[in-house]
Design a protein around this ligand. Structure first.
Ligand SMILES: *[C@@H]1O[C@H](CO)[C@@H](O)[C@H](O)[C@H]1NC(C)=O
Ligand SMILES: *[C@@H]1O[C@H](CO)[C@@H](O)[C@H](O)[C@H]1NC(C)=O
Ligand SMILES: *[C@@H]1O[C@H](CO)[C@@H](O)[C@H](O)[C@H]1NC(C)=O
Ligand SMILES: *[C@@H]1O[C@H](CO)[C@@H](O)[C@H](O)[C@H]1NC(C)=O
Ligand SMILES: [Zn+2]
Length: 456
């Protein structure tokens, strides 16, 4: 065989080998499934190669934090006994922070906490790390382990707040405690802000902290707050929330004349409303996961050893404009009827929207009117928040780059891209202090973990 033919055969062989590897990896990549085996918020604790005192102390501190039922129920309504207890717990668990001469501490709105750690270079603009100590209520029954037990079993700690957001409170403060013990002093000044009512809007805690800093004319280089549960073992990439969806709740109402069901008019109020509502289909989180695993994407994601430069470039460019992530809708309530043989005079439905940063509240309202296109349906706005602006995420954004470097140092090989955070956070209360708001939670999870939040 001539030499060029040898080369061709070799090339063909190599190509088929490459294709085979790509295919095998694609087919064997496990897709996350949306079935839940147990109930109860829980956090996976990675075991370090050497189990030392710091590790055991972290576990025990997080467990204690979870056992204090710092529940917030409604705006301005929360378990104040538990919140006072939590303050005492912080003082007991982090003695170095509270006594260190670089740290200034104050309580804000009684149960929230603000720490300032003085940096060496006062010319650098400070940043702020945020977290919240309150949790949503939990029924006592229906869980694998009682919700405030803080059970540590099988590599997990179970309980309300393990993912949202006591792991951040304890994580940030434990790290600071250890660093200060080692004699660390930061170059750049930073704040740690722990709110106590994030789950009901943060109107008392984070909002007061934001107003306090603003009154002192402090501007921040960036804010880092809780975000999506960001790491899954199936995907070697993660995203930093550089924007946050807004929300809108509207009420749809139809009023028709009363009438007996034996002589129904051509269209009833329930009929009219049903037709309006049926134009909206609820979207589930799991659907997003399914879409994300369509075949070409699957090929690419399961072969990052080959495609990672391409993926990094794509991710840098597309997530914020990605059509997969858009404004989502859910019909949450439907009220009609007073008696089984009387036509309902009034029918009402409540619809929630999570608004993509590329849209505004007004645009969504306009879209609703346009979609329903029925003047008999009365549209009333109940509550709304505009999506938060997109924070800088290029090479010159100090915050974005700092967080990215920290992620890649901790999880070597991890690809990082900007993304949109779906849940609401406290960052809205800091938006007057900086244009750089980031959300990130370095937590390993599977899609099913999100479904464990409510009891069976
Ligand atoms: C409030 O918290 C305390 C503990 O700090 C607890 O004993 C009490 O049961 C809680 N109250 C409610 C209504 O859950
Ligand atoms: C903040 O800035 C304003 C306007 O520049 C000034 O009037 C005010 O005194 C400043 N307040 C503080 C606490 O520095
Ligand atoms: C947060 O999760 C949603 C739903 O899974 C996803 O669409 C979005 O891209 C995620 N954002 C970030 C910043 O990870
Ligand atoms: C529409 O809703 C508003 C606010 O709830 C209410 O005042 C008004 O009476 C409603 N109109 C009709 C025709 O139902
Ligand atoms: Zn939270």
């Amino acid at each position: 065989m001539p030499r060029w033919r040898h080369a061709c055969v070799l090339l063909a062989a190599l190509t088929s080998l490459l294709l085979a590897i790509i295919l095998i990896r694609t087919v064997t990549l496990s897709t996350p499934k949306c079935t839940v085996h147990g109930r109860g918020e829980r956090i996976k604790i990675l075991t370090p190669p050497k189990i030392d005192e710091d590790y055991l102390e972290f576990i025990s501190t997080l467990v204690q934090a979870v056992t204090i039922p710092t529940v917030s129920n409604f705006q301005h309504v929360y378990n104040t006994t538990a919140m006072s207890e939590f303050t005492a717990f912080l003082h007991k668990s982090f003695p170095t922070i509270f006594s260190h001469n670089l740290v200034t501490y104050e309580t804000v709105a009684e149960y929230s906490h603000l720490f300032k750690v003085q940096g060496l270079d006062s010319k650098l603009t400070p940043y702020l790390l945020a977290a919240h100590l309150d949790v949503v209520p939990a029924l006592p029954e229906g869980w694998e382990f009682p919700p405030f037990s803080g059970t540590h079993q099988g590599g997990f700690i179970y309980g309300r707040g393990t993912l949202d957001d006591k792991q951040s409170v304890v994580g940030i403060l434990q790290a600071l405690e250890m660093l200060l013990e080692e004699g660390f002093s930061p170059k750049r000044t930073f704040y740690v802000a722990i709110g106590h009512d994030e789950e009901v809007g943060g109107l008392d805690g984070a909002r007061s902290i934001g107003m306090l800093l603003s009154k002192r004319n402090i501007s921040l280089d960036f804010v880092l707050d809780e975000g999506n549960l960001s790491l899954t073992s199936c995907l070697p990439y993660t995203s930093i929330g550089s924007s946050e969806k807004g929300f809108l709740t509207i009420k749809l109402g139809v009023k028709q004349k009363m009438g007996h069901s034996s002589m129904p008019p051509r269209e009833t109020s329930v009929g009219i409303l049903s037709r309006a509502v049926s134009r909206y289909k609820p979207q589930k989180l799991c659907m997003l996961h399914k879409i994300q695993f369509s075949f070409p994407l699957r090929i690419i994601l399961s072969n990052l050893w080959l495609f990672s430069p391409l993926v990094a470039r794509l991710l840098e460019r597309t997530p914020l404009t990605n059509t997969l992530v858009r404004t989502t809708t859910a019909v949450t309530e439907f009220h009609a009827g007073i008696k089984s043989n009387v036509l309902a005079p009034v029918a009402e439905a409540t619809v929630n929207f999570r608004i993509h940063p590329a849209q505004t509240v007004d645009e969504v309202l306009e879209l609703v009117r346009h979609t329903i296109a029925d003047e008999r349906v009365n549209i009333t706005m109940i509550i709304a928040m505009e999506p938060l602006p997109i924070s800088p995420h290029d090479d010159t954004a100090v915050g974005y780059m700092t967080i990215t470097e920290a992620i890649q140092e901790t999880f070597p090989g991890m690809l990082v891209a900007p993304g949109i955070c779906i849940g609401a956070t406290d960052t809205k209360h800091y938006k007057g202090l900086t244009s750089a708001l980031y959300r990130f939670n370095p937590i390993w999870n599977s899609p099913t973990d999100l479904l464990r939040y409510s009891p069976r």
